[in-house]
Design a protein around this ligand. Structure first.
Ligand SMILES: *Cc1c(COP(=O)(O)O)cnc(C)c1O
Length: 388
């Protein structure tokens, strides 16, 4: 019970909360109230499950990776196939959920920020589908590096606003989007892309991504008659991982393992701090500023992490590991070769860690690897890395 009341205030242990100016806090209070009002409403749930089924293509399969299991020679490997969702990743689950909430709240306009562009594409997709005006803030530097995603977003009928201020990166785009929200909150909804940010976003994004583990738990019980020994997912902001973990958190026999790039090891080396309006483990440099991170997987390049992961780490319920770029590239190729599934580079982090764990486990043990997305978006980049 104690945990639940803490969660209602947006805290996970000491992490989470809301560290924002008063005018923004009012908007967040209203959002919290509306989210709580609709999330368990039978009509809202019905509408959400309709679009998840008919538009996203859920449920996603839990595929037994027979050849990979054989090759690694230990635990049975199951893949949760978020790569098969419309748009090719888990982000659409959250985008659809938040848009349906926005509609209930009477919003006419959706705004979002994007760094690499994937969240911008998911948001623009959902906005096209629901005929909502859509504005995506993107650092000017990022619009140049991700020109194709800018074009994709525009094809989907949304507007991209390049942000020149600051360094022209994700953080500056977030600031612009928040400024827009404070001005226009009466008709505008800010659609956040990961389980980060001030309350209620981490709780809300988890709610919409929890469908991943709701399904996988049912599926593994049907297929194997028992729970998995571990669930493994990559962690950038932490939304696919918290969704993949959610329904196992209260099952102590199931290990929950998040995997990060060794060049952005937030949960391994981070310290408690406030970033983007919430408290979490964060990587700081010598000056105490958020450290510049780098990842070959654009979706994992974030110096903070969701507050619930921070709490799972500190409380010992969650385990967090890092993998190197070489291990990720190897896993990317191995899954492609052995199972005919080209994973997103982000997801290949989870595969790479599973490869280390599986051989040391028994053949009757079970690992679920969350394949957060498909790798089509990364093929050209991997081509340059392997052929260069
Ligand atoms: C964005 C993205 C991630 C990282 O985001 P999380 O919020 O940590 O899930 C991981 N995988 C894919 C395919 C992504 O697009």
């Amino acid at each position: 019970m104690e945990d639940q009341s803490l969660q209602q205030e947006g805290y996970f242990g000491e992490f989470g909360g809301s560290f924002i100016p008063p005018e923004l806090q009012e908007v967040m209070n209203y959002l919290t109230e509306q989210f709580n009002k609709f999330k368990d409403d039978p009509e809202f749930k019905e509408e959400l499950s309709y679009y998840l089924r008919e538009y996203v293509g859920r449920q996603s399969p839990l595929t037994y990776a027979e050849r990979l299991t054989e090759a690694w020679g230990g635990a049975k490997i199951y893949l949760k196939r978020e790569d098969l969702n419309h748009t090719g990743a888990h982000k659409i689950n959250n985008a659809i959920g938040q848009i349906l909430l926005a509609k209930r709240m009477g919003a006419k306009r959706i705004i979002a920020e994007t760094g690499a562009g994937q969240h911008g594409v998911a948001t623009a997709t959902a906005c096209a589908m629901f005929n909502m005006e859509c504005v995506i803030y993107m650092g000017a530097e990022d619009t140049r590096r991700q020109a194709l995603n800018v074009f994709r977003i525009e094809l989907l009928g949304a507007k991209v606003v390049p942000v020149d201020k600051g360094q022209g990166r994700l953080k500056d785009a977030v600031d612009e989007a928040l400024g827009d929200l404070v001005q226009n909150y009466k008709n505008t909804f800010y659609l956040l892309g990961s389980a980060v940010g001030p309350h209620p976003f981490p709780t809300m994004v988890k709610h919409f991504q929890a469908v991943i583990s709701e399904e996988s738990k049912r599926q593994i019980l049907e297929k194997e008659g028992r729970l998995p020994d571990a669930v493994i997912a990559c962690a950038g902001g932490g939304s696919n991982a918290i969704g993949a973990f959610a329904h196992y958190i209260d099952e102590p026999s199931v290990r929950l393992i998040g995997v990060e790039p060794d060049q952005a090891p937030t949960l391994t080396e981070g310290v408690p701090g406030v970033i983007h309006g919430f408290k979490c483990l964060v990587l700081l440099d010598e000056q105490g500023e958020p450290r510049k991170t780098y990842s070959i997987a654009a979706g994992l390049d974030y110096p903070g992490i969701g507050p619930e992961h921070s709490h799972l780490k500190v409380s010992g319920r969650g385990e967090y590991a890092t993998v190197t770029n070489e291990e990720v590239l190897e896993a990317f190729q191995e899954l492609s070769r052995t199972e005919g599934i080209i994973p997103a580079l982000e997801s290949a982090h989870a595969v790479a860690h599973a490869k280390k764990l599986a051989p040391g486990m028994n053949r009757d043990q079970i690992l679920i690897v969350n394949l957060s997305g498909r790798g089509d978006k990364d093929v050209e980049q991997v081509y340059h890395m392997l052929r260069a």
